[in-house]
Design a protein around this ligand. Structure first.
Ligand code: OGA
Ligand code: MN
Length: 306
């Protein structure tokens, strides 16, 4: 695991006992789900049937997305580079994470968070804005009046990534959802009330690839296309639609991150997502400090994290 030592004590299945499974997962994808027999490795025999099911469930991954689009007279797979990891966070973990996000939202509303951490939109129509809570940096979506383009605000003051989210990052790295070269140092929570959406965009190159989004509370579809059509407030037409189950992680890389735009049309049910991204070093805010504690995370669990 290189210089970053990561131990994952969150789930009922201790990954350190399952190195073979992790190695295997590196090599393949869905066939793994269908494989019935575990290795007759002594460590694995300690796992109950339920634990084994958990491992299979947790490791389900889809990455063979194909959607052909014509871009500058060339036919390309705009979904190349996307991966969807299902069951990365179990239902108990999702509950704790969501509870914690509600606590953060309360603190934001009470002005107990740093200036640029919490933002609640002024809503005047369907599809206008959503609550965002940002850690590690403040990404400014708007083009400012003085012409400053969207990007990480060099002087934006936000809170540090909370412990519980560091544990989530641990999970993403130990489960090989994100590579060790992309340990996120920023994250943004999106809280979508019914009718809220995120309009078509490509995530800023102030953040390196891959990055990922974890989904909570309700399933929705994310839409992709090179040129997404905007047909009304919160209504968009793309060429591919990918369902995002709760507890899943969508990893964006390659064409899926850089060529295709993506958006979430107005949601029918309340939904929360957490997007984890690593900043381009040159774009880190002036006051950014590498979190040395995080670099050496040893053992913590969901119960004491918040
Ligand atoms: C984003 C984004 C998708 C989601 O924050 O850039 O695309 O699922 N979020 O909320
Ligand atoms: Mn995005």
């Amino acid at each position: 695991m290189g210089s970053l030592e990561i131990y994952d004590h969150i789930s009922s299945v201790d990954l350190s006992k399952n190195q073979n499974i992790v190695k295997k997962r590196k090599m393949n994808t869905e066939e793994f789900l269908e494989e019935e027999e575990f290795d007759s490795n002594a460590n694995n025999t300690k796992l109950s049937i339920e634990d084994r099911k958990q491992v299979f469930k947790r490791f389900y991954m889809k990455k063979d997305y194909v959607c052909l689009d014509r871009i500058n007279r060339r036919i390309v797979n705009i979904l190349d580079g996307l991966q969807l990891h299902i069951g990365v966070f179990n239902s108990m973990e999702q509950k704790k994470i969501v509870q914690f996000i509600y606590e953060l939202q309360n603190r934001g509303r009470n002005n107990e968070l740093e200036e640029h951490t919490y933002s609640e939109p002024n809503k005047w129509m369907r599809g206008k804005g959503r609550v965002t809570i940002q850690f590690g940096c403040c990404y400014n979506y708007a083009v400012e009046k003085n012409g400053i383009p969207p990007g990480i605000l060099p002087n934006g003051i936000v809170d540090h990534i909370p412990n519980l989210f560091k544990i989530m990052i641990n999970r993403l790295i130990t489960s090989l959802v994100l590579p060790i070269s992309c340990v996120p140092d920023s994250c943004i929570i999106n809280i979508y009330e019914p009718d809220d959406c995120i309009p078509p965009h490509i995530d800023s190159h102030d953040f390196i690839r891959p990055f990922c989004t974890v989904s909570f509370l309700s399933k929705c579809n994310i839409i992709f296309r090179h040129k997404i059509q905007i047909v009304g407030p919160g209504e968009f037409i793309g060429s591919a639609s990918i369902p995002l189950p709760v507890g899943s992680v969508l990893v964006l890389n390659g064409n899926g991150a850089n060529l295709a735009k993506h958006c979430i049309p107005a949601v029918s049910y309340k939904r929360i997502s957490v997007t984890f991204r690593k900043m381009d070093k040159a774009k880190r805010p002036y006051n950014f400090k590498l979190d040395s504690k995080f670099q050496n995370i040893k053992s913590s669990d969901f119960s004491d994290a918040s």
